[in-house]
Design a protein around this ligand. Structure first.
Ligand SMILES: *Cc1c(COP(=O)(O)O)cnc(C)c1O
Length: 396
């Protein structure tokens, strides 16, 4: 798909399409796929379990604002992000749902956090004291570390912090949450041990009358494979973008990828002639070859080194990308595509005609996995949003 230039004022999202045209390169994000993935999750969860969509890293590269707006219309209960910038993007879309900040924001940003009506994470008494000093009435989730060795209070300290926070009249304790370990050393049995640690904390909290309204510990892996971890709410992220590492999840959801294509354009086409001197050996040995230049480079998320075997689709044909990559440009071998012209679209992921480059192919070629591929999407590259649903304001 190619974006069409529309006046800025006409439709929401026109800014993305306009930017895509101005830049000549863009990511195409399938909002229907994201909605589908949300509905899949919702239909497999008990009704009372709330969904806080984790939209960290700019919604896994797909754009926190537009993704939040789509999920809000689907009925999602809240959101969670690590960066205040993602929280701002969500609020700027007019989305006023509960929004939890994972560890990342600092008390120096308290005025912004208060004006955006955000909930902060607290793992230690020191954090609690600092947030309370910086804010008039902090809203907090206590974060527990169940064996990830990252942020979060240890299970032993959890109820001490919970009791301290709940004892403060100017602090609202909205919930307690944890993120299951995803360390490379994690074993399947670890999940149960972590769940046991959470249950022990909650039992004690219950006896002391400290249990907050929301208990949450399931990200994508948990919500797909451990229904006993549902508690009051879940906060998966990757799932909404079609990213799951489970082949046969306990909850048999079918997920669709959110990233439909990575597109760039030919910004130059040239037939090499002898006046340039010998063709460098790295391009292959064809002296009269035609090369194209694509307006996307390693500064745009493409790997620093062009992977061997990497291709782009142009005029419906697969064409070899030529090393080395540059900050803003990559060369493409047009020997077999003599009809290629300045301005042509080059697809680096996705379909063109009857050819396609899959997520798996790109992830392997880039030396990463599919989550890593999404993480490599750059915020400055425009995203265009496609959906079969009619535009806002039009009759449905
Ligand atoms: C990233 C993260 C999630 C979501 O993880 P996914 O694997 O993307 O579902 C949930 N909770 C916390 C605390 C996180 O950091």
């Amino acid at each position: 798909m190619k974006p069409v230039l529309v006046p800025f004022s006409e439709v929401r999202g026109a800014d993305h399409a306009t930017a895509a045209i101005m830049r000549g390169s863009w990511y195409e994000i399938d909002l229907d796929a994201i909605r589908h993935n949300y509905r899949q999750l919702r239909s497999h969860l008990p009704r009372h379990v709330k969904i806080y969509a984790c939209l960290k890293r700019n919604a896994y590269g797909c754009g926190a604002g537009p993704v939040a707006s789509a999920l809000a219309k689907e009925g999602v209960d809240g959101f969670a992000v690590a960066s205040l910038l993602d929280a701002i993007a969500i609020r700027q879309e007019g989305v006023s749902h509960p929004l939890l900040l994972y560890p990342g924001a600092l008390p120096s940003a308290a005025p912004t956090i208060e004006s955006l009506d955000l909930t902060v994470s607290v793992s230690t008494i020191d954090e609690l004291v600092q947030w309370r000093t910086a804010m008039t009435r902090p809203r907090v989730f206590i974060k527990v570390d169940l064996g990830f060795f990252r942020a979060g209070t240890t299970p032993m300290e959890a109820n001490k912090i919970l009791a301290t926070a709940r004892g403060l009249a100017d602090v609202d304790v909205e919930g307690i949450y944890a993120h299951m370990s995803e360390l490379p050393t994690a074993q399947p049995s670890d999940a149960h041990e972590q769940l046991d640690r959470m249950r022990t904390i909650l039992r004690e909290a219950g006896v002391l009358g400290l249990r907050p309204a929301v208990v949450m510990m399931s990200s994508t892996e948990g919500v797909l494979n451990h229904p006993d971890m549902d508690f009051d709410a879940v906060d998966p992220g990757a799932l909404f973008f079609g990213l799951s590492e489970s082949d046969k999840p306990t909850r048999p959801v079918t997920l669709r990828p959110a990233l439909k294509s990575i597109s760039a354009s030919l910004v130059s086409v040239k037939r090499l002639d002898a006046s340039l001197g010998p063709v460098p050996a790295i391009f292959g040995t064809n002296p009269g070859m035609t090369i194209g230049v694509i307006g996307m480079g390693w500064g745009d998320g493409f790997p620093r080194q062009v992977p061997s075997g990497a291709v782009g689709l142009i005029r419906g044909k697969r064409a070899r990308l030529l090393p080395p990559a540059h900050l803003e440009h990559i060369r493409i071998d047009l020997t077999d595509v003599p009809e290629a012209r300045f301005g042509d679209q080059v697809v680096l992921l996705g379909r063109q005609g009857d050819q396609s480059i899959t997520h798996e192919e790109v992830a392997t070629s880039w030396g990463t996995d599919i989550v890593g591929l999404y993480a490599q999407l750059r915020d400055h590259v425009p995203r265009i949003y496609t959906a079969k649903q009619t535009r806002k304001g039009n009759p449905q």
